[in-house]
Design a binder for this molecule. Structure first.
Ligand code: HDE
Length: 760
């Protein structure tokens, strides 16, 4: 028999009360939407204060030793506890999603800003303030379930709205266009994108021969490639991505008036990206970077928010656009059709169990509510088959009944059987029409009606001529970028194509790109050793506007908040009083001050009157966890920092990754030690900002100061007390104000040429 007394806590009822307290926090916290109540009522189990049982409820005495004939004898087949455990374990994996396998999700709600009944009869948009429960899942596309989060890839953006007229599944991406125009090519695209079939390499990336071979032969992918090679595919956080419906959909009002619509989502905290070197390093250091970030933000009460926008096109106006709105490789420039924001989504509750919720969630762009319809986009039409088909296979028959997938409104129909059916429907009649069941459930005559669009034509497998321009919008995208962003696109193509071993494939990509921009194609050709591009084969056409600012991440930022940003405070014993001022100001703005030190022991300040326990050590953390760095003064503290190689590497990487850095008093010596060539503060010029590095001398009143109070908690985690940067900085000192504005800018892009030279 195993000695249970040595097995630690968690095995007896002794610590049940502590467990119960933990479970209750999750169960009754914020985010009690109708959906969460429904989940809790029917399917959520709490184990606190309970005994272990088999799947059939029989109490279990031990799961340490199987039933044997004698201590050293063979195991007996009658050991039903072992059989029960093993048989379940043997079946614990289901197929992962064929694409978008890696995902993270959370619950929340959508709130309508007003009554949208003029454009749609969708009930969740029928009144100001109306709330609808949602479940949102974000994903990468290429990698498998266990792949890294920060790879260069499109992000999936799926939202299940549990409306009072059934579920609406929004199944979009963080990029508004797609690689192909017709769904029939999707299996080829995904085969080419996924790890190559002979050796299952590479994981989580498109930088390989098969992918570039395919796209070089499918020029309709050019516009999407420009987006994929931009910083859009390197998000800093899932909280900082856009969402797009990609296809044109239809909104229909109660009078049957239909309009075309493109769906947009914009994140409240703005769109921000990692830099490439940082993304690569983060993939190794913390493959769960985005999943952890989303989880922690919600756990800390810093709830991510997005606004839903409509770009509405009257049916009569669609033909006036210089492209076909049924072509999913095209956007509608916002200068031509502005986006009107109609509501917001707030994610305020993490899942209780990943498998039951995130993994079993099944989204389908054809799960619609009255007032929202599909268009004839051939990419969308093919999706209408694929999603439920894959879900019947991946999750199983009756997947619609699973807690995460079922609607909050009643489901009444004649579907009764099938594998794993668990709803019990009373009554004899399971057909329509019936008289035995009183005709129920009866047809109300007021159900979902499809817009009676007039459709006629000869049957043919042919691409519309209006789908024929593959370059003009790619050019519009590129022309809309800042020089910094253009440089990143060029480097991304260079990196990816450098991994391609087939010269002909490299050349074809270069030649295709010459139809977009000659300087881009030539620069890539030079950097990968291809021939200069062949003459363009296509003359691009005007797309309504020469440039569109919203396409550029950098041109469309407001930089008005630092809420949720992680600021590393590099703290060694003997730090000065600048820290107290900094920490208080960060907390006021909803940013997180993360105390990092050499050891986990409390760090005393210079006066010896107070100390603070660090959240991280230099050894076990890395620069990629943080958005910004603060180096306080204090002679003793700075001497210690100057001798800690792990701390110095963090600052050097922070500099290389263009993050906001602030060093005060003696702390400025740390910047000099890592060899950074910038202007720093002097006694004549007390606060200096150069390339996003703020330095200041004469800061703080003395050698120490209690920061625990300013910090609020030992770990520095704090929900935003304000998200307005202007409010948060109004009373701050000049150096602090400059630092916080730098954090809001997210990256000091003008530092890039110098940062490239930093060797870390
Ligand atoms: Fe998907 N896609 N897709 N897709 N897609 C799937 O459905 C498919 C496309 C998107 O969080 C699969 O349940 C076809 C565009 C997201 O669970 C599958 C085509 C867009 C997710 C499927 C496309 C998307 C998926 C795999 C070509 C943006 C994750 C597992 C016409 C608008 C959903 C599953 C989640 C998942 C098919 C193209 C978004 C195989 C045939 C365009 C966000 O059914």
């Amino acid at each position: 028999m195993a000695d249970h007394s040595t097995q630690g806590v968690g095995r007896t009822l002794a610590n049940a009360a502590a467990q119960a307290a933990q479970t209750v926090k999750g169960a009754v916290g914020l985010g009690q939407t109708e959906k969460v109540k429904q989940l809790n009522q029917s399917n959520v189990v709490e184990n606190a204060n309970t005994h272990l049982t088999t799947s059939f409820g029989c109490p279990v005495a031990t799961v340490d030793d199987s039933l044997k004939a004698g201590e050293r004898g063979p195991t007996l087949f009658q050991d039903f506890v072992q059989r029960d455990r093993m048989a379940h374990f043997d079946r614990e994996r289901i197929p992962e999603r064929v694409v978008h396998a890696r995902g993270s999700a959370a619950h929340g709600y959508f709130e309508s800003y007003g009554n949208e009944s003029e454009v749609t009869k969708a009930s969740f948009l029928s009144a100001k303030g109306k709330q609808t429960p949602v479940f949102a899942r974000f994903s990468t596309v290429q990698g498998s379930k266990g792949s890294a989060d920060t790879v260069r890839d499109v992000r999936g953006f799926s939202i299940k709205f549990y409306t009072d007229e059934g579920n609406w599944d929004f199944v979009g991406n963080n990029i508004p266009v797609f690689f192909i125009q017709d769904a029939i090519k999707f299996p080829d695209l995904v085969h080419a994108l996924k790890p190559e079939p002979h050796n299952e390499i590479p994981q989580g990336q498109s930088a390989h021969d098969n992918f570039w071979d395919f796209v070089s032969l499918i020029p309709e992918s050019t516009h999407m490639l420009m987006w994929v090679m931009s910083d859009r595919t390197l998000p800093r956080s899932l909280r900082m991505i856009n969402g797009f419906g990609v296809h044109t959909f239809r909104l229909v009002n109660a009078d049957g008036v239909a309009r075309f619509v493109k769906f947009h989502w914009r994140p409240k905290v703005g769109v921000h990206s990692l830099v490439w070197d940082e993304a690569l390093k983060t993939a190794g250091r913390d493959p769960d970077f985005h999943r952890r970030d989303l989880w922690m933000a919600i756990d800390n009460g810093d709830y991510p928010e997005w606004e839903l926008g409509f770009q509405i096109i009257e049916e009569a106006d669609a033909a006036k656009l210089p492209f076909d709105i049924l072509d999913a490789t095209k956007i509608i420039p916002e200068e031509i059709v502005p986006v009107r924001y109609v509501g917001k989504m707030v994610l305020n509750r993490n899942v209780d169990e990943f498998f039951s919720e995130t993994e079993q969630a099944a989204f389908h762009p054809g799960v619609l509510v009255p007032g929202i319809e599909v268009s004839n986009d051939p990419l969308l039409q093919g999706r209408l088959f694929s999603y439920s088909d894959t879900q019947f296979y991946r999750v199983g028959t009756n997947y619609q009944e699973l807690p995460i997938n079922r609607p909050v409104c009643p489901v009444r129909n004649h579907q009764r059987a099938g594998a794993m059916r668990h709803t019990i429907v009373k009554g004899q009649a399971n057909y329509e029409p019936n008289s035995i069941g009183g005709g129920c459930p009866f047809l109300s005559g007021k159900g979902y009606e499809h817009h009676p669009e007039l459709v006629e034509g000869r049957i043919m497998a042919k691409r519309a001529e209006s789908f024929g321009d593959h370059y003009s919008q790619a050019k519009l995208f590129y022309d809309s970028m800042t020089e910094t962003e253009k440089g990143h696109i060029q480097s991304a193509f260079t990196f990816e194509l450098s991994k391609v071993t087939t010269k002909g494939v490299q050349q074809r990509v270069v030649d295709n790109l010459n139809n977009v921009d000659q300087a881009l194609a030539s620069a890539i050709a030079y950097r990968i050793g291809a021939n200069p591009p062949a003459a363009p084969t296509f003359t691009t056409k005007p797309m309504g506007v020469p440039q569109s600012a919203p396409l550029s991440i950098l041109k469309s930022q407001k930089y008005d908040t630092i809420a949720g940003r992680m600021v590393a405070v590099l703290l060694m014993p003997g730090y000065d009083s600048s820290v107290a001022e900094l920490v208080g100001a960060l907390k006021g703005a909803g940013a997180q001050a993360m105390i990092v030190s050499a050891t986990p022991a409390p760090v005393p300040d210079g006066s010896g009157s107070s100390s603070i326990t660090p959240s991280f050590t230099f050894f076990a953390s890395s620069s990629t966890q943080f958005d910004a760095f603060f180096i306080p003064g204090g002679r003793k503290a700075v001497d210690a920092l100057l001798n800690d190689a792990n701390a110095l590497v963090q600052v050097a990487e922070g500099f290389k990754h263009l993050k906001a850095i602030c060093a005060v008093n003696e702390g400025i010596e740390v910047l000099k030690k890592i060899g950074v060539q910038i202007q720093t503060a002097t006694s004549a010029d007390k606060v200096v900002e150069d390339l996003g590095v703020v330095t200041a001398v004469g800061v703080g009143a003395g050698v120490g100061g209690p920061i625990g109070k300013a910090l609020g908690t030992a770990t520095g985690m704090a929900a935003a007390t304000t998200t307005s940067l202007a409010d948060a900085t109004s009373a701050a000192s000049d150096w602090l104000k400059k630092f916080m504005v730098g954090i809001a800018k997210h990256r000091a892009w003008d530092r890039e040429p110098m940062a490239m030279k930093v060797v870390v």
